[in-house]
Write a protein that binds this ligand. Sequence first.
Ligand code: PMP
Length: 290
Amino acid sequence: MQIYIDGAFHDRQNAKISVFDHGLLYGDGVFEGIRVYEGCVFRLREHLERLYESARAIALEIPIPPEAMIDVVVETARRNGRRNAYIRLVVTRGEGDLGLDPHNCKRATVICIVDDVKLYPEELYRQGLKVITASTRQVGPGTFDARIKSLNYLKSVLAKIEARRAGALEAVMLNEEGFVAECTADNIFIVKRGALLTPPLWDGALAGITRGTILELAARMGIPAREERLARFDLFNADECFLTGTGAEIIPVVDIDDRRIGEGVPGPVTMRVLEAFREMITRDGVRVPF
Ligand code: PMP
């Protein structure tokens, strides 16, 4: 495994950063999770746009421009010889001192790791997933904007622990008002009377690249799709439900808080969307020249 850190490649044992990096000390940084499908880095430009916007929102200057970042990602994928992989691109505030003030961090650290994909077990894509609602809430834009894909995932970690304790693999997170925001690392959609509905970003959802792709695909397929404020009531009364994310892709949900969703099996609209998504993923992105 060859890991990129600030312009150089290291093997796994030697890929190290300072213990004074504010990414470690304060979760001060931003990141992206990206997929490579058959040598094509899926929606790389969209991922980089989100990365640079997240960085801008936290006043973090990424030391290289987006075009050079494309080269970093593509070259790391190429060196690792992976035609199918998961890429983790991380930009931390960089090395400073123990004080919180980022002013003392002179240069952001850029890290790119290419590894295997950790999907849900294959049978769950056929049977559907059981999820719970976490008591840990998503914070609102008045506290921290969920559009920032930051290195601080503690609330997602806490919600994930709740899910595991309840015998589920994923948790729905509500915002402070009690409306559905997203899951710990996925966006959420429901199908109601043939239409796809997903919470608006201002209710605390990350602008998921997969979420955006699904909204685009739905428009092309003639499936009505829109952002709509959702409560748990809407989840329990959904005809179908599915989650979207770079790692998970599209995974059907058949049980929420021990309520059966729809028929209790992955629904027809979910399966149509999943098929269309799988069909396009190897064509929509930046090619790796192996
Ligand atoms: N929400 C959160 C909190 C996430 O971390 C992610 C990324 N795993 C998503 C949603 C899905 O976004 P994407 O489709 O861009 O992976």
